[in-house]
Design a protein around this ligand. Structure first.
Ligand code: F0G
Length: 361
């Protein structure tokens, strides 16, 4: 392939599209799979860790994979407008693809609980942004009701095309490991869980590659929720979810059952990490590996670190299991949080002597 055509063209045979589908693309996908050797060394992790950097998608998150398909299919059936509830990234992606498709977009977000970069994206791309005095779960309930009553297309991950598009990330991981030969899956795949669409999508992707004989085994799927927003781990809805990882501040995930199936069928699990663990992994990724993701994304790596401590990778039969962590969104989405959690820069007079004094020479 001379250039990357976006996920619909790259994986057309696996997707519900026809020649008639007008493909709305920002050339999403083909994101880097970055080895994290220094992090493994620094933290004595007995694994080969790879970071699937989904923040490198056009709007800075994995949502673009599902959105290209959801918006293309909406266009195909002549939808008049689209709507979604969002903790931020879905709204940014929906707004961008809708702009490209010339479709009005409406987004409902929890007031004050989304990263400013994501809000800026939705506004810049011309979506009608409605902030609600409530959380994501309430916003989702509202948009579901609206789409039942009015002719407007829902583009949250309960729209089946979203999951279909997102499953291409699993194909890509296997293709990236193949190095020109046969596609190879990882032994473990870790990812943050919010509304639970992404873990559902990856599992579907891996299973389809397996069914098509492209890979010879399936990875264990391990999802991590934030401790203050961990309904699946607790086994009940959380009415007031709370975490610094606003992207996964969700108390009643739409794809709850599917996420549990992915974990069960793959002999993986859904677990939780605290905000402290998330923040530590967030900083370690940036300072040790040079990879800047948003806080929610770091839940996957915090999960790997925690799992290593509890012995998950001991006695696996493989000397160093291959582990992929999906980093779902770019760190620049939430620059405020980064600045708040770093040491403040020093301020000095604009004089050589004063600057030299602060250098470690
Ligand atoms: N990481 C990031 C950065 C996210 O934005 C999300 C979800 C997740 C992880 C969790 O993925 O919901 O498929 O389990 N964000 C949604 C949104 C809810 O509205 O942008 P999930």
């Amino acid at each position: 392939m001379m250039y990357w055509p976006g996920i619909v063209e790259a994986y057309r045979e696996f997707l519900p599209v026809t020649k008639e589908t007008p493909v709305v693309t920002l050339f999403e996908g083909n994101t880097p799979l970055v080895p994290a050797r220094r992090l493994c060394e620094a933290l004595s992790l007995p694994i080969d860790l790879y970071l699937k950097c989904e923040g490198m998608n056009p709007t800075g998150s994995f949502k673009d994979r599902g959105m290209t398909l959801a918006i293309s299919k909406a266009k195909e059936v002549g939808a008049q407008a689209v709507i979604c509830a969002s903790t931020g990234n879905t709204s940014a992606s929906a707004a961008a693809f809708s702009a490209r498709a010339s479709l009005p977009a409406y987004v409902l977000i929890p007031d004050g609980k989304i990263a400013v970069g994501k809000l800026a994206q939705a506004m810049m791309h011309g979506a009608t942004v409605i902030q609600i005095d409530g959380n994501f779960d309430e916003a989702l309930a509202l948009v579901k009701e609206i789409t039942q009553k009015y002719p407007i297309t829902l583009v949250n991950s309960i729209n089946p095309y979203r999951i279909e598009g997102q499953k291409t990330a699993a194909f890509e991981v296997c293709d990236q490991f193949c190095g020109g030969g046969e596609a190879v899956p990882p032994d473990y795949h870790f990812l943050p869980v919010g509304n639970a669409g992404n873990i559902t999508a990856y599992w579907r992707g891996y299973k389809e590659y397996y069914q098509h004989g492209k890979i010879s085994f399936l990875p264990k799927m391990i999802g991590f929720q934030a401790a203050g927003a961990a309904p699946i781990v607790l086994g009940h809805v959380v009415d007031k979810p709370d975490t610094i990882a606003t992207a996964i501040r969700i108390g009643n995930p739409a794809s709850w059952k599917e996420a549990v199936s992915a974990a069960d069928e793959s002999k993986g699990g859904i677990l939780s990490v605290t905000d402290e663990e998330i923040i530590a992994a967030y900083h370690q990724l940036a300072s040790i590996e040079g990879v800047f993701c948003e806080p929610a994304s770091a839940a996957s790596v915090a999960g790997v670190i925690k799992s290593a401590k509890t012995g998950m990778f001991v006695g696996t039969g493989s000397p160093r299991p291959k582990v992929v962590c999906t980093l779902t969104g770019h760190g620049l989405k939430d620059a405020d949080f980064a600045v708040q959690t770093c040491k403040a820069p020093v301020t000095v007079k604009a004089r050589l002597a004063d600057v030299i004094k602060v250098l470690n020479l």
